[in-house]
Design a protein around this ligand. Structure first.
Ligand SMILES: Cc1cc2nc3c(=O)[nH]c(=O)nc-3n(C[C@H](O)[C@H](O)[C@H](O)COP(=O)(O)OP(=O)(O)OC[C@H]3O[C@@H](n4cnc5c(N)ncnc54)[C@H](O)[C@@H]3O)c2cc1C
Length: 496
């Protein structure tokens, strides 16, 4: 076979498609506009300020000069044998990475209304634990876990020929929760890990809520080395199979030729020819690269550019004084008393996710953050003063909220760095710095769960904007994208 594929972007979806197609004989070139591949899986290093660094650091002169943090990915669900994510990690060669299972007796903790709820792994243990605290709700809890499990068990039916969207894409997640559970505190607990997606009563379909929650309920895992470990593995597979990864190579224009193949302009000057193109970037950005095209009708263009995107995320990366904050082998979700998780006010700090790095010396705080157009900014590397003020205010709010469950947190911090949705917008090109891409809407499933096929026969989409976000969702979509170019389903036995 001699079929060339150019992939725009090097996020998880791109690297999964690239490595799989290269293994199957395609000539693959992955283009990344930045110096590092990985998109939301990237990690970055920060220099430890000298007043806290070597010399003053309890580690003495040997103490590290810099420290590494993750951008997006922090943990994933469903990696155990027979669980949701496992067939995909097997397919993409990620199963043997140094995964660390979170405490099965409490992989996640929700702190809501000033009470802690430890959520164990496994549907039965999860239901039993909650039913012992909310005995009157046992029936509802069992129904809740059964529905989640049902959605997870049917996940791969999506690859059957002619399969349409699952029914749950057209049902409201919030309505399901309210019909199933009467106790408002229990609803809060069952929604308490929802920062993994965007909980919105008006839009969030039951399908992503159930599929994502189900995988984390099966089991939850961190990864030694974070997202970079995945990027390194997929890049290695891509290169070993003869593929090419080019960084500092932004696709700046796409031109379809009369035979359906493409000319891809790089950095405004160089041209690459490709039989097919896969875009791992926001579909609205792809349409801009294409410019006017007779087959892209204005109604399609308006529909894509009019789609709303999920909220953005504020992140505080915190280096801790050694031994001051005990490591928790679980993810911690802390919510302000009285907050309404299904009607979030992105301008307030109502929820924080605390992620502990396996080395125990760092944590991240993540909190949703709306990013209005009038918000301050300035160019990367030259942010203005009001932007720094805004970031500092948000950091203080996150610390204050997190301290409700982790008293004295502020005193454990050696150094702090922060990023906002503006950072994400600058570095991944996602409009508004959206964390999870196009907002899915149960009122309009067909319009918000996009196809991996574009109106042009040799242009395909992948990544979090078309299907679901997260490692599970993006990997599912990568399989769907690859199936368009392969004559079979790569997940079928014998193809791995
Ligand atoms: C804050 C945050 C926390 C998260 N936490 C988790 C988690 O704990 N667990 C989990 O499973 N998921 C998590 N996710 C989601 C997960 O990381 C993403 O869904 C996934 O990594 C997105 O992959 P993608 O393929 O869509 O590409 P993206 O990561 O969006 O990457 C796209 C890439 O394309 C590049 N690009 C853009 N335009 C061009 C161009 N013109 N030319 C060349 N390159 C271009 C960008 O620079 C970028 O590198 C998190 C996301 C965020 C933002």
């Amino acid at each position: 076979m001699d079929h060339s594929v150019v992939i725009i972007g090097s996020g998880l979806g791109a690297l999964e498609c690239g490595s799989l197609l290269a293994r199957r004989g395609f000539r693959v070139t992955v283009l990344e506009q930045h110096s590092q591949p990985g998109g939301c899986l990237q990690s970055f290093c920060r220099r430890i300020p000298s007043d806290t660094g070597p010399g003053k650091h309890p580690g003495g002169a040997d103490a590290p000069q810099s420290v590494r943090f993750d951008c997006g990915f922090h943990y994933v669900g469903g990696l155990g044998e027979g669980e949701s994510f496992r067939p995909l990690t097997d397919l993409f060669g990620l199963t043997d990475l140094p995964w660390i299972q979170l405490d099965p007796d409490g992989a996640e903790e929700v702190y809501a209304e000033e009470e802690s709820f430890l959520l164990p792994s496994g549907h039965e243990a999860f239901a039993d634990r909650l039913a012992s605290r909310f005995p009157a709700e046992r029936k509802g809890i069992l129904h809740f876990t059964e529905v989640l499990k049902g959605v997870g068990d049917r996940m791969f039916h999506a690859f059957k020929p002619g399969a349409g969207l699952p029914d749950e894409t057209g049902r409201s997640a919030h309505a399901f929760l309210c019909e199933t559970i009467r106790d408002p505190l229990l609803r809060q607990v069952l929604s308490g890990t929802g920062l993994r997606m965007e909980l919105r009563a008006e839009t969030l379909p039951l399908y992503p809520f159930a599929q994502i929650s189900n995988s984390f309920l099966q089991s939850a895992w961190r990864l030694e080395g974070g997202g970079k470990t995945i990027v390194d593995r997929l890049t290695r597979i891509l290169l070993q199979a003869g593929g090419v990864l080019r960084t500092r190579a932004a696709a700046t224009r796409l031109e379809e030729r009369p035979d359906g193949s493409f000319r891809v302009e790089i950095n405004g000057k160089e041209i690459l020819e490709a039989d097919s193109v896969i875009a791992d970037i926001h579909p609205a950005a792809v349409l801009s690269l294409l410019g006017e095209h007779p087959r892209i009708r204005s109604v399609f263009r308006r529909r894509i550019s009019g789609l709303e995107n999920s909220f953005g995320m504020f992140t505080a990366n915190l280096l801790l004084h050694p031994g001051k904050l005990p490591y928790l082998n679980r993810s911690l979700f802390i919510h302000a008393p009285g907050s309404d998780l299904w009607h979030p006010d992105g301008r307030r700090t109502e929820s924080v996710l605390v992620h502990f790095y396996p080395e125990g010396d760092r944590i991240d705080l993540l909190s949703p953050m709306a990013w209005p157009e009038e918000a301050p900014g300035g160019a990367p590397g030259r942010r203005n003063e009001s932007y720094e003020t805004l970031k500092n205010k948000k950091l203080q709010e996150c610390l204050h909220l997190a301290a409700q469950r982790l008293p004295g947190l502020e005193d454990t911090i050696q150094a702090a760095w922060t990023s906002t949705p503006r950072t994400w917008e600058d570095y991944t090109g996602t409009p508004g710095g959206s964390a999870y891409g196009i907002r899915k809407d149960w009122n309009n499933p067909l319009g918000t769960f996009l196809s991996v096929r574009s109106p042009l026969p040799h242009l395909f989409f992948t990544g979090q904007n078309v299907g679901l976000h997260g490692l599970l969702g993006v990997s599912m979509t990568a399989v769907r994208t690859c199936s368009c170019l392969l004559s079979d389903n790569p997940l079928a036995a014998g193809n791995q």
